[in-house]
Design a protein around this ligand. Structure first.
Ligand code: DX5
Ligand code: ZN
Length: 223
């Protein structure tokens, strides 16, 4: 069977982690003006990942600064405990990791019960089988294409097979979740991910640090 190419519009979500932290409000507006579809917010707790970024206050700031769809990526242990604060802050999508030590089914159910979209993420070394029982209960599957914790890392092509498999499962089960990729996404890796079936491209360095952000977003989208 051919690789399941994209049959959905491709969305681009710049990651605020790569922005100039001295002027986050202006940087968010710059992404909106450059044609971003979503804004990706990387929450790191220094425990689930070996880095610390920001918390609910920055999500609330982004919610006040713009109407753009807020795609909140929780790289934290016990996301079930902190979940209400990110929902309160204005997240439109909350993505939790399957490896983060919580009752995954219950956490996903609570996200949706709050009227927020639910995402489930898996690390590069985690097999797709770990998330398969939850595919009917998610709006987005995030296949990490780097080991989470830092921006600016190299894309891992070994994840492409997993993306293709997820895309086939989505098709054969008649499901409708987005497939998002995150880490090392640029013009080249985005093209390989789109061909594998991914439809949401998170990109930090290759958008906020590009000389022409609008052009970078168009190329990543494949437009
Ligand atoms: C890494 C984060 C990514 C990261 C992407 O753990 O989840 O969202 O910020 O940055 P780039 O696109 O520079 O790899
Ligand atoms: Zn992320």
């Amino acid at each position: 069977m051919n690789a399941p190419g994209p049959s959905r519009p491709v969305l681009v979500a710049p990651s605020l982690l790569a922005a100039d932290f001295s002027k986050l409000g202006t940087e968010i507006q710059r992404a909106v003006d450059a044609g971003a579809d979503w804004l990706h917010l990387d929450v790191m707790d220094g425990h689930f990942v070996d880095n610390i970024s920001f918390g609910p206050a920055v999500v609330a700031m982004a919610d006040n600064a713009s109407d753009i769809f807020l795609d909140v990526h929780l790289m934290i242990s016990r996301p079930d405990h902190y979940l209400p604060r990110f929902i309160e802050a204005g997240a439109d999508m909350v993505t939790v990791h399957v490896e983060a030590g919580h009752d995954v089914a219950e956490t996903l159910q609570r996200i949706r019960a709050a009227g927020v979209r639910a995402g489930l993420a898996l690390n590069p070394e985690t097999p797709l089988e770990a998330v398969e029982p939850h595919l009917h209960a998610i709006d987005l599957l995030l296949c990490m294409t780097v080991v989470p914790g830092f921006g600016g890392q190299a894309f891992m092509p070994e994840v492409l097979e997993k993306i293709e498999h997820a895309s086939r499962l989505r098709e054969t089960r008649g499901l409708d979740f987005h497939i998002e990729v995150d880490g090392g996404i640029d013009a080249h890796s985005a093209a390989t991910c789109r061909a594998a079936g991914a439809d949401v491209m998170v990109a930090g360095s290759s958008t906020f640090r590009a000389p022409d952000m609008a052009a970078a977003i168009r190329v990543i989208r494949g437009a």
